[in-house]
Design a protein around this ligand. Structure first.
Ligand code: CP
Ligand code: NVA
Length: 316
């Protein structure tokens, strides 16, 4: 791995992402290999937002690698009483092997990682969801042996999941079209990073406001919640009105390729961003995608921690 931390997908190289997917394949087949890697070390999980998949898959991954997860909510840490991010990161680094953080601010996450001497993993911020995007590409690789050159259509609200998916697709040489209303378009900086990667890998990153145009010729249709955890709750009504034409239903899926699959990072709201018929139908791979979070969490911890161990041996 070329990075100490996993903060955004765009921080990875194509080779880093390929290596993480290779490790995930291995852990999916042999979950208990490397069961001594962490030597009973602690891994801190600092979550300031709710989570089902990320938190539990990370806890399971830590245990499978021989470590012990410790959950630290904002209230439990002195951070909540004004201790600085830098002091917290520095102190925690002397007790734990890695720190996994779900919070709002990307800038605070970066400060945390800069002050920590152990790997820091982004478990979702308002801007990014790298663990999810690695899982998404891993899942698509399981479905399509000939993935590079195929196209993903992301349809719905432009958010953290959309940005990280675009970056992971670009790193993997997979084309992506994002169909969102103008008002709820993905962050331009995040998409710009995806476009720069795509220019080097030969992939394309395109935007449209037309969901039908986006899914035409797509091998995968992806959507996410219309109101993310970081979005103002009072936007819910406006989002529902603007995003209704972007609901993924059977008619929209029919415009994708016949072999196209449906993905969603979950949690889902049936009847909003996707109909029950699609998410619970034969083309949906969402539960395989959710299950894949566990081998991916193992892969990420393995890759970052092995590099730290190598670095220590080399006297870094
Ligand atoms: N997909 C995902 O990150 O789910 P959680 O919010 O449950 O972790
Ligand atoms: N975009 C969603 C993803 C949840 C896993 C959110 O940030 O709430």
């Amino acid at each position: 791995m070329t990075v100490k931390d996993l903060l955004t997908t765009a921080d990875l190289t194509s080779a880093d992402l390929a290596e993480l997917i290779r490790l995930a394949v291995r852990y999916a087949a042999e979950p208990d290999r490397d069961s001594l890697l962490l030597h009973r070390d602690l891994v801190a999980l600092h979550f300031t937002k709710p989570s089902t998949r990320t938190r539990v898959s990370t806890e399971a991954a830590v245990l499978r690698l021989g470590g012990v997860p410790t959950l630290l909510t904002a209230q439990e840490l002195q951070l909540g009483r004004g201790e600085t991010i830098e002091d917290t990161a520095r102190v925690l680094s002397s007790y734990v092997a890695a720190i996994v953080i779900r919070t709002s601010s990307d800038e605070e996450l970066r400060r945390f990682a800069a002050a920590a001497t152990v790997p820091v993993v982004n478990a979702l911020t308002d801007g990014h969801h790298p663990l999810q995007s690695i899982t998404d590409l891993f899942t698509l690789r399981q479905v399509f042996a000939d993935l590079p050159g195929r196209r993903i259509a992301y349809v719905g609200a432009g958010n953290n999941v959309a940005v990280s998916l675009a970056q992971a697709a670009a790193l993997s040489g997979v084309d992506i079209v994002l169909a969102t209303p103008e008002r709820f378009a993905p962050d331009e900086e995040g998409l710009g990073a995806a476009r720069r990667i795509a220019a080097a890998t030969g992939a394309t990153v395109a935007r449209t406001t037309d969901p039908h145009e986006a899914v035409h010729g797509a091998s995968a249709v992806y959507t996410d919640v219309w109101l993310s955890m970081g979005d103002p709750a009072d936007e819910a009504r406006a989002r529902r009105a603007a995003l209704a034409p972007y609901r993924v239903d059977t008619d929209l899926m029919a415009k994708a390729l016949p072999e196209a699959v449906f993905l969603h990072c979950l949690p889902a709201h049936r009847g909003d961003e996707v109909t029950g018929e699609v998410i619970d139908g034969p083309r949906s791979v969402v539960f395989r995608q959710a299950a894949n979070r566990l081998p991916v969490a193992q892969a990420v911890l393995h890759a970052l921690l092995s590099d730290m161990l190598d670095g220590a041996e080399r006297g870094w």
